[in-house]
Design a protein around this ligand. Structure first.
Ligand code: SRM
Ligand code: SF4
Length: 569
């Protein structure tokens, strides 16, 4: 490792607070692309330049430029969208993007396929929906996630509110975003410094991306341990007394580079509700100052925690706070999936969690999902909440409006039932054709794999058994595959590494079971395990726990020991 800062560090420093030459690049009509330096900077504005990988070869043969377009990720802390906002976002998908809305694993929307000449108009249309895309990507604090449904209880609402406040507090102070995209219009609630100064981040921002989440047990629906910093609600006598704080989670790794690994967060201590944002800020500043700025592959907080140790990190946070974090308090998670179907909240309102295949809201000949949701949004009888499992909640519905939602869904062939417990608990990252880093299919392939797995599950009498299945097109881990009881991670077209043995509540990662398996081999390996699980499982035993008890894989007990004890099948 060299101590020389990586080139991104110079780029950030010299970017004039994230402006670069983005504005100039937008007006160049000869190309659908922007300059490589601006491509790095535009991430801080919530966008990625991509190209359609399905047509790369053909275009290259014809000596044409790649089919460039932009992905835009919205900042929607807590994932809540009102019905009028949904309608406007749905219009944006038609006018500027690829006619789909993509719910992400961090409970926000992405638009895909926006061409350069429409980028500014799309950003402005998003602003008209009262959203923005600042810091949705880049070396800063990303959109902050909280519990799936803020309407479920008073505590859930508090988690949602603090996620929103944390997101605002952590926004970069630069005016670059409003200048480039919004002709200077202000972002409500966003602090602006004059003269321009990044009071939390400094001019080189963070060494790498940084993710916050807020969870309310017993649901770990945000996978709290997978993120740089998590807050776990501690509720006593029905009141939120504060938060256990976790640090050092992250899923990304690189195949074959053992110094990179996914890691689950450790509990650092406890803070009161009032202290939470201060604690969040101080943790970010320690990572800002201690994080690795020479090797971006080792720059996430998880590596900082490994390098310095949890105790030293805690001591530094305490020093910067001017008070000590408290002892962590007891909590218990039960699951990391969503609870599907209709439920009623404390205030007697109804909420429907609908399974959305890989989070892609689109119409197909078989099912007019996007149209159905749009018709429901047009009625303005609910809010919409996106979940970290890529699903959608129709929230806050009156008893009168409930049958209307059921009717519209049925009329458009959208079933609120799923064909299996495995499908209900599945996640697939985007991968091909838009993701530049994909090594294999994911979103377009997982449904096929699930159908084949469902054949085996039916044989084993396990159709309704909830099993967490996750797939990604590469080891970066966008679908949190190392927390799948069954995890598939792309290696090359058609080939995946197969992982088994994660805990159903998201508290233990899985372990590599077989390398470079194609579909036939994956199914051949999984069938006997699933059949045995059908026959030999103990009462309440989850599939991931069984895979360990039956000796298929060793448990990943210590959060960073992902690569240890692997015995390949
Ligand atoms: Fe991710 C990079 C998509 C959640 C870890 N991720 C990417 C990019 C932007 C590819 C790129 O850099 O060129 C992908 C764009 C694909 C596309 O065409 O849209 C991408 N990540 C996604 C989404 C859309 C996956 C999805 O199917 O929903 C998720 C958007 C979340 C959001 O709304 O903010 C998404 N990414 C995650 C998660 C899951 C999470 O945070 O809960 C992870 C693992 C957790 C973590 O951060 O460690 C994740 N994405 C990565 C990494 C690995 C980072 C690392 O530390 O090594 C990369 C690559 C990188 O940053 O270099 C990456
Ligand atoms: Fe792309 Fe890999 Fe993330 Fe999937 S896991 S979206 S293939 S970067």
């Amino acid at each position: 490792m060299t101590d020389k800062p990586s080139k991104n560090e110079f780029l950030k420093e010299q970017s004039n607070f994230l402006r670069g030459t983005i504005a100039e690049g937008l007006s160049v009509v000869e190309s659908g692309a922007i300059a490589e330096e601006d491509n790095q900077l535009i991430k801080f504005h919530g966008s990625y330049m991509q190209d359609d990988r399905d047509v790369r070869g053909e275009r290259s043969k014809k000596k044409l430029e790649k089919a460039f377009s932009f992905m835009i990720r919205l900042r929607i802390p807590g994932g809540l969208v009102t019905a009028p906002q949904w309608c406007k976002l749905d219009d944006i998908a038609t006018t500027y993007a690829n006619h789909t809305l993509r719910i992400t694993t961090r409970a926000t929307f992405q638009f895909h396929g926006v061409i350069k000449s429409n980028l500014k108009r799309t950003m402005q249309a998003i602003y008209d929906c009262e959203f923005d895309t600042i810091a949705a990507c880049g070396d800063v604090t990303r959109g902050v996630m909280s519990v799936a449904n803020p309407y479920l209880s008073k505590i859930h609402r508090e988690a949602y509110e603090i996620a929103k406040r944390t997101s605002l507090h952590m926004l970069p102070k630069t005016s670059a975003y409003t200048e480039i995209w919004l002709n200077g219009k202000p972002i409500p609630g966003k602090e602006v410094t004059s003269p321009e100064k990044e009071t939390i981040y400094g001019s080189t921002y963070l060494p790498r991306k940084f993710k916050f989440v807020f969870a309310v047990p017993p649901d770990n629906d945000v996978d709290v341990f997978a993120h740089d910093c998590g807050f776990i609600a501690i509720v006593e006598n029905g009141e939120l007394v504060g938060w256990n704080v976790t640090i050092g989670g992250g899923m990304g790794m690189t195949h074959g580079e053992l110094e990179t690994f996914p890691r689950l967060g450790d509990v650092l201590g406890f803070c009161t509700h009032e202290q939470a944002i201060d604690v969040a800020e101080k943790i970010v500043t320690v990572q800002r100052d201690w994080g690795n700025r020479s090797n971006r592959k080792l720059a996430r907080l998880k590596y900082t925690v490994e390098a310095h140790g949890l105790d030293a990190f805690r001591a530094e946070v305490n020093k910067r706070l001017g008070y000590d974090l408290g002892e962590a308090r007891p909590y218990k998670f039960e699951r990391n999936g969503d609870r599907m179907g209709w439920v009623q909240s404390e205030d007697k309102k109804w909420h429907l969690t609908l399974y959305i295949e890989s989070g892609r809201v689109k119409d197909t000949p078989e099912m007019q999902l996007r149209t159905a949701i749009r018709k429901i949004a047009d009625l303005n009888v609910c809010d919409f909440v996106m979940t970290a499992n890529q699903n959608l909640i129709f929230a806050n519905v009156s008893a009168r409006a409930k049958p209307k939602i059921d009717r519209i869904l049925a009329d458009h062939n959208v079933s609120i039932e799923t064909s299996s417990g495995a499908r209900r608990n599945s996640i697939a990252c985007v991968a091909l054709p838009t993701c530049a880093l994909a090594l294999a299919e994911s979103e377009r392939y997982l449904p096929t794999m699930l159908t084949k797995l469902e054949g085996i599950l039916a044989k084993a009498g396990l159709t309704e058994k909830e099993i967490v299945v996750r797939m990604t097109g590469c080891p970066n881990g966008c679908g949190r595959p190392y927390l799948g009881e069954i995890g598939f991670v792309g290696r090359s077209p058609g080939l995946y590494n197969l992982y088994l043995g994660a805990a159903f509540d998201g508290s233990r990662m899985n372990k590599l079971y077989a390398q470079d398996v194609d579909e036939a081999r994956a199914l051949a390996l999984l069938e006997p395990i699933i059949l045995r699980y059908g026959k030999e499982r103990e009462a309440g035993e989850h599939f991931g726990d069984f895979a360990i008890r039956a000796g298929y894989v060793k448990p990943t007990l210590i959060s960073n020991q992902f690569h240890a004890d692997v015995t390949l099948a």
